[in-house]
Design a protein around this ligand. Structure first.
Ligand SMILES: Cc1cc2nc3c(=O)[nH]c(=O)nc-3n(C[C@H](O)[C@H](O)[C@H](O)COP(=O)(O)OP(=O)(O)OC[C@H]3O[C@@H](n4cnc5c(N)ncnc54)[C@H](O)[C@@H]3O)c2cc1C
Length: 398
């Protein structure tokens, strides 16, 4: 297959982050191609929470209205112990211009983003194309494609190819990180709780139960798997997982709270890793990684996709001047990307710390450990701290 003309920007990966970046570049009139190895959507909806800074970024992309109309607006979250409310986080008090969280399954969010990209540049997204190798050339980057699809060359290549992506491997920076022994089970069910648009955390000595509203009168439930169960669970049997999840929830909440397994729409078991690269760009600025490709944080905290979008928006702002600098004969390390990396990695580390705090609060505890948690929660319920927590949970200032 003949090689194509040189692109300005090639993005590897059309998850939420790659498509966000492509759309933001297309909005600026920059030529972009997005290469995605999947031809079908993911089976599971992973992320659901869209936080205030992302809502503002999605507004600039021109999709906020559709996102808000398709999702559920969450104004507050409550923490309950044995059915009694012990603390409340009011997102409307955070001072954000859009002071709420929108809950929308990632599959729907990705569909809306892809439609926006197609409206701006119908040829940008190519699916069913895997990037096998990333090779540096004198003044471009060559991407070798699988399946005899030839190669693509671009002045700038952005890896939005998720954890363990091929672009991060080409960058060669050693990731700092760890895998945690914890495993969680999540599932979407018909909502019979009467909690409406409230996000609810049920604290229990055997582990936290999280419950979030979803559009279409559904609710997402997440809880900690007992270690002995978690390690050899047979994944993929939805009815078994749904019954297990409902049973775990029933044992950690008051009667009448647990969902009906017969109404299960999706279940999934996931492990937790923290992996953050020390840098996000090559010295010459031709290779950059964003989203999970640069930093994987625990889903308990629900900030990974949001972090990636904020990377994408910050990078899109710099791409016009970066492309200019890449064309100049005396380029050195771009100081603009230095700022970008520092700010974005700081944000990723803050998200990782918050998710570790959430995991620590949510895992099984002894009697004394649980009493300490209750005391912490009583303090956190006081207004100055609860406002600070609401800001942290909704990514204020990031
Ligand atoms: C259970 C769970 C719940 C979560 N909940 C939340 C939440 O509520 N809020 C939140 O913000 N985050 C949440 N997350 C995290 C969120 O799902 C991820 O952070 C997000 O999907 C990352 O997006 P991405 O585009 O960077 O990577 P991905 O979504 O992983 O997309 C990468 C894409 O690149 C493609 N690709 C990979 N390699 C290649 C290649 N060589 N060639 C071509 N294409 C390639 C892949 O097929 C994929 O489509 C959750 C995650 C999990 C597992």
């Amino acid at each position: 297959m003949p090689d194509e003309p040189l692109h300005d920007v090639a993005i590897v990966g059309a998850g939420p982050v790659g498509v966000f970046l492509a759309t933001a570049l297309a909005q600026r009139g920059i030529g972009v191609v997005v290469l995605e190895k999947r031809s079908q959507a993911h089976r599971h909806s992973r992320a659901i929470g869209i936080h205030p800074p992302s809502l503002a970024a999605l507004e600039r992309l021109g999709v906020l209205e559709e996102i808000v109309q398709s999702g559920v607006r969450i104004d507050r979250g409550v923490l309950r112990i044995r059915g009694r409310e012990r603390a409340r986080l009011d997102f409307t008090s955070t001072g954000a211009r859009l002071p709420f969280v929108v809950s929308l399954p990632q599959l729907d969010t990705e569909r809306i983003l892809r439609a926006r990209l197609a409206a701006l540049d119908p040829d940008a997204l190519r699916t069913g194309i895997e990037v096998r190798r990333v090779e540096r050339e004198a003044s471009s980057v060559r991407l070798e494609l699988g399946g005899g699809a030839g190669c693509v060359r671009a002045r700038l290549v952005v890896g939005a190819d998720g954890a363990s992506g091929v672009v991060a491997r080409a960058l060669g920076y050693p990731a700092a990180g760890r895998s945690y022994p914890h495993r969680f089970v999540m599932g979407d069910f018909a909502d019979t709780t009467g909690d409406g648009a409230l996000a609810v955390l049920h604290l229990h000595p055997r582990g936290i139960v999280e419950s979030f509203p979803l559009p279409g009168e559904r609710r997402r439930w997440v809880t900690h798997l007992p270690l002995d169960l978690g390690l050899d669970l047979d994944l993929g049997d939805r009815s078994t997982d749904a019954e297990l999840l409902a049973r775990l929830i029933a044992g950690r909440t008051v009667p009448g709270t647990s969902p009906d397994p017969a109404t299960s729409m999706m279940t999934s078991v996931f492990g937790v890793r923290r992996r953050i690269l020390p840098r996000m760009a090559s010295d010459d600025g031709r290779l950059v990684v964003i989203g999970d490709a640069a930093h994987e944080v625990s889903p308990i905290g629900g900030q990974g996709m949001n972090l990636g979008w904020l990377d994408a928006e910050a990078l899109a702002e710099r791409v016009p001047s970066l492309l200019g600098a890449l064309e100049s004969p005396h380029r050195g390390r771009s100081p603009r990307l230095g700022d970008f990396e520092r700010a974005r990695l700081r944000s990723a580390r803050a998200a990782a710390r918050l998710s570790e705090f959430n995991m620590a609060m949510g895992r099984p505890a002894s009697g004394a450990g649980f009493a300490l948690r209750r005391a912490l929660i009583a303090t956190a319920a006081l207004p100055p701290l609860s406002r600070a927590l609401a800001r942290a949970f909704t990514m204020s200032g990031r």
